[in-house]
Design a protein around this ligand. Sequence first.
Ligand code: DCP
Ligand code: MG
Length: 356
Amino acid sequence: MRKIIHIDADAFYASVEERDNPSLKHVPLAVGGNPSGRGVVATCNYIARSFGVHSAMPSSHALRLCPDLNFVKPRFGAYRAASQQMHEIFKRYTRVIEPLSLDEAYLDVSNTMHCKGSATLTAQSIQRDIIQEVGISVSAGVAPNKFLAKVASDWKKPAGLFVIHPKDIDSFVRLLPVKKINGVGKVTEQKLKEMGIETCEDLSTFSEHELTQRFGKYGRRLSELARGIDERVVSVERVRKSLSTETTLENNIQSTEELDKICKDQYTELLKRAEKLKPDQSISARYVKLKFSDFTQTTMEEALHVGLESWQDEAAFSKLLKTAWERKSAPVRLVGLGLRIGNTKKDKHQLDLFTN
Ligand code: DCP
Ligand code: MG
């Protein structure tokens, strides 16, 4: 039986801001874009949450819900530093660590001798270390697999610890709403609801065969998760090679002005996805992709030699897109932006062009 810990920081960006400016501690706080513009809330503290404010909500709407809401701009460098510190702490307890995003990681502590081999005591010790050394609180879940550990870390947020012992798995999952299952979004939740399924117990009344017929491959996974089974290992190796976003346009675009507008939206999306990068990763290139109305495609790449910080340059993506567009100057049906991830020793910028 494995022992998995899932750690997730509480209101991560907001906690870092409160740490660095304690006057923000007891007031509603949102980290994100300007409420007078088109900004959105990246996250907010728990006081703000009590007003209904949440991540991804337009800042202007958040301000309507909570007129005293304080806004601060994100400081990604500070969040990355906090994330790295957390990671250093994890490494004291196990080498089997899988970071999921800046504020979240799985740890496999099945074979460690720390805390007399107790995963619960290990989780508590990690929580204490992080408060003392990083100055923010995290929640922890302890369980025999990744699925349950992640559900558990969310169970007693903030600053919570929840342990699911092997003997309690059945009784725990029985009452678990299916929307707590990773991968069950609004659409699947609705589909399941139409089948009369709201909890994992409801789900377990359907055979794997029935679920596979209905949901394809994911049906099998659903069937396992509903019984609290998840064999995925905590994977240290999982290294992303690239990260990208793209959109197929409703109407083909023909001008650089329109291209700029799409670039802006896609860039915002890319920023969001880049949050999932691990703290020690670097960006070796930024690239763009265009598909023309005749379905031919072109990509253009610019090699970089930067850390996670300096790729963030909307104008640079826009310039790449324009150069790529000029190759054909034909109507465009798809626009994509991306980053190549890895270490690069290149010591000068270079423009690397290729088409296919
Ligand atoms: N984030 C973001 N945009 C989103 C969601 C999250 O920019 N739509 C950022 C801000 C969060 C961080 O990622 O602080 C971590 O995301 P979480 O989902 O873990 O949310 P929090 O840590 O803020 O709160 P919680 O206590 O619910 O974990
Ligand atoms: Mg979090």
